[in-house]
Design a binder for this molecule. Structure first.
Ligand code: DAH
Length: 364
């Protein structure tokens, strides 16, 4: 409302002019949304003096009616706009105030969530894999539920071999699983939990043409439980089949592996042994990690620790997979992952790997 209008209003209706004045300062003085709302109701509400004056226009002397009608509305619109502006101002101020007061220190340490990591056995498998991937090997996998054919027969293991005994192998009683009596689905004794990763050798050669360079990590099962055995454990199998492979290649490969895994100047030695699927077969030892070969309790004073079984692939195995035994030679090896991890980290009891005690597992 400009000065001319104000002069006109004051002359026509001094009460309204005074009311406007009063309202202007009340709006400006209102602090907080509630107070402002009270001011709005008081000056603009249905029961306000302004509303009463505007309603009473018809009863005013005729010469006052147009002036009060026109300027009364100007006052109403002016006050409404002012209330709205003041509301926005107050909201801004309260936001600024809370921003200033509730300061967030982004440098404070956050809430800590326990962060897990790979189990030592998974780490060890990865480590072994990395070493052989570096030599050009591929990773192959096979099923944990196997047939006697892959786990024993095709690995040149005779029917009377002790490893096939019920006491050394978890056979799967299909009848108890399916509720039927074996029948077409196989008879009891055909299926087992693989006792070794060696069946993956057979599956790999069945499905790939030579040359083959693979390692096969995975879970294996045997009914043993003591400080050095758990019924579920892990192995990493290795298989190399090509032309002109000799035992020198096996020895060089395992020596390289031992140095990569256990440390730069580890020596290994090969001892004659017997496995059905290799000929000749060896057991491989690494120089004792505790005494370095001088002899201690850990190595039973021999200076050596057994780490794996290996050998040159028996030509009979090539017969099972249709490989040409005249043209091809190869070597194979198999290591227990738990044993490797225990040797490397000085773990006295294999069972502690699977008791899920975080105080133990967090060390690795
Ligand atoms: N499968 C054998 C075991 O579990 C270990 C083994 C020995 C694997 C000689 C091989 C091998 O591939 O050539 O005791």
């Amino acid at each position: 409302m400009d000065d001319t209008q104000l002069g006109e209003l004051t002359a026509a209706n001094p009460e309204l002019a005074a009311l406007r004045d009063e309202a202007l300062s009340a709006v400006a003085a209102a602090v907080g949304g509630d107070a402002l709302e009270q001011v709005r109701v008081h000056f603009l509400g249905r029961k306000s003096r302004l509303t009463a004056i505007l309603r009473s226009i018809p009863t005013l002397p005729p010469e006052q009616r147009p002036v009060v009608g026109r300027l009364g509305n100007v006052v109403r619109v002016e006050l409404e706009a002012l209330v709205e502006a003041r509301a926005a101002e107050l909201a801004g101020a309260s936001l600024r105030q809370s921003l200033a007061g509730e300061r967030l220190d982004v440098t404070l340490p956050g809430q800590l969530f326990p962060l897990g990591h790979e189990h030592l056995i998974s780490q060890t498998i990865r480590e072994v894999e990395d070493i052989f991937l570096g030599l050009g090997y591929k990773v192959a996998e096979g099923p944990e539920i196997e047939t006697t054919y892959y786990n024993f027969t095709a690995l040149n293991t005779p029917e009377e071999h002790p490893a096939r005994a019920l006491s050394d192998t978890f056979y799967i009683d299909l009848a108890s699983v399916t509720g039927t009596s074996g029948g077409a689905q196989g008879t009891v004794g055909d299926l087992l939990l693989r006792t070794q990763t060696s069946p993956v050798q057979v599956r790999t050669m069945e499905s790939r043409e030579p040359p083959v360079y693979v390692i096969c990590p995975g879970k294996t099962y045997r009914p043993d439980l003591d400080a050095t055995h758990t019924p579920m454990f892990h192995q990493v199998e290795g298989l190399a089949v090509d032309e002109n492979i000799t035992m020198a290649d096996l020895k060089g490969t395992l020596h390289y592996f031992a140095r990569e895994f256990f440390g730069a100047d580890r020596l290994i030695r090969l001892r004659p042994h017997y496995f059905p699927f290799t000929e000749p077969s060896v057991e491989v030892d690494v120089q004792c990690l505790l005494c370095g070969g001088a002899g201690c309790r850990s190595c039973k004073n021999s200076g050596w620790l057994e780490i794996l079984g290996a050998g040159m692939v028996d030509p009979n195995v090539y017969g099972f997979v249709g490989y040409d035994a005249e043209r091809l030679q190869g070597f194979a090896f198999g290591m227990g992952v738990e044993r490797m991890a225990m040797l490397k980290h000085g773990i006295p009891d294999a069972r502690s790997l699977y008791e899920n005690d975080l105080r133990f597992l967090e060390q690795f």
